[in-house]
Design a protein around this ligand. Structure first.
Ligand SMILES: Cc1cc2nc3c(=O)[nH]c(=O)nc-3n(C[C@H](O)[C@H](O)[C@H](O)COP(=O)(O)OP(=O)(O)OC[C@H]3O[C@@H](n4cnc5c(N)ncnc54)[C@H](O)[C@@H]3O)c2cc1C
Length: 284
């Protein structure tokens, strides 16, 4: 199906974009268009004005702070994440995830911010942001605010932004020696996914953040995290600590996998992600 008629505006500045979002009822940001255009073609959403933010320079930078924290602009594409020397040095895991997201065409257009805002359960980055305790930077005509990643994702394809707000960027904290593991079951787009951020010392796990994806809202697994803290870094101990990963999650049944299958896979991907982090994972 073709797009219904919709107005289109490509502002040159962030201020113009924010003004446009409040100028028209039904205005909506357009980033890479890799999800939104499909939705509009399916007539699954009606939009009056597309505000194309893809060329706003303010949204397109990657900044690494002296302490190792990284701020990635919402408009940075997956390809730019994959090829940024700065990101590769400070957060190689993120470069790597971006480099393996879908295909070259989508990577050239799809943006980090669009991926997070869209919150499709198959999207790669929502559980990464939650596992890392990322901070989402948001702006509107009324000012700026920061939202913790754990509060940003509010439901299936939903986030905490109001229609006049833009996500401008995301800060990922310094890893401080922690390693990242990222594991998924690739059935269809993705049936299950887990991200682990782990610190180890002398054969023991000092701390572990574990987030599960392929869910309406990416979720931390607090029971697993508590069981991992202080446990030995052995496969047996990790398997035991991650066995309860499915507790409290409510996956959906879709064309890729049933909810029961996703529940069964939660502990599998959690264990693999933690072991990947322990075995070196990505120090970044
Ligand atoms: C066939 C196909 C398969 C895919 N498979 C995967 C996959 O397996 N894993 C994966 O991670 N990705 C996948 N993607 C890509 C991914 O779905 C999109 O790139 C992403 O969801 C949207 O990013 P975008 O920049 O294209 O945003 P758009 O499509 O332009 O926008 C998506 C939504 O976010 C809003 N939005 C965008 N940017 C902002 C902002 N800065 N502030 C506020 N709101 C904003 C828009 O208004 C819209 O509602 C796939 C894409 C395709 C086409």
């Amino acid at each position: 199906m073709l797009l219904a008629a919709v107005d289109y505006y490509r502002p040159d500045t962030l201020d113009e974009a924010l003004e446009a979002l409040v100028s028209t009822e039904g205005a909506r940001p357009l980033a890479g268009g890799q999800s939104l255009v499909s939705i509009l073609k399916l007539r699954a959403a009606s939009v009056e004005l597309l505000v194309d933010i893809s060329r706003l320079e303010d949204l397109r930078t990657i900044e690494v702070a002296d302490d190792g924290a990284v701020r990635i602009g919402a408009g940075v594409t997956y390809d730019e994440m994959a090829t940024s020397p700065d990101l590769h040095q400070s957060y190689a895991s993120l470069s790597n995830i971006a480099a393996h997201t879908v295909d070259a065409q989508v990577r050239n257009r799809g943006t980090f911010g669009g991926n997070l805002c869209h919150n499709d359960p198959i999207n790669n980055f929502p559980p990464v942001a939650v596992a890392l305790d990322a901070v989402m930077h948001v702006t509107s005509k009324n000012g700026d605010r920061d939202i913790a990643a754990g509060d940003f994702f509010t439901g299936y394809f939903a986030n905490a932004l109001s229609p006049d707000e833009l996500l401008t960027g995301v800060t990922l904290p310094a890893l401080d020696g922690r390693s990242i593991g990222y594991q998924e079951v690739e059935i269809g787009e993705a049936a299950a996914r887990a991200v682990a951020v782990v610190a180890t010392s002398n054969g023991n796990i000092e701390s572990a953040n574990v987030a599960l994806g392929c869910l309406p809202i990416p979720m931390r697994a607090p029971g697993v995290e508590a069981a991992l803290a202080g446990a030995p870094t052995t496969a047996e101990a990790v398997a035991e600590a991650t066995a309860s990963a499915a507790d409290g999650i409510e996956p959906l049944t879709d064309a890729d996998a049933s909810a029961d299958y996703r529940l069964a896979m939660a502990s599998v991907v959690a264990k693999r992600a933690v072991m990947e982090a322990i075995e070196g994972g990505h120090h970044g």
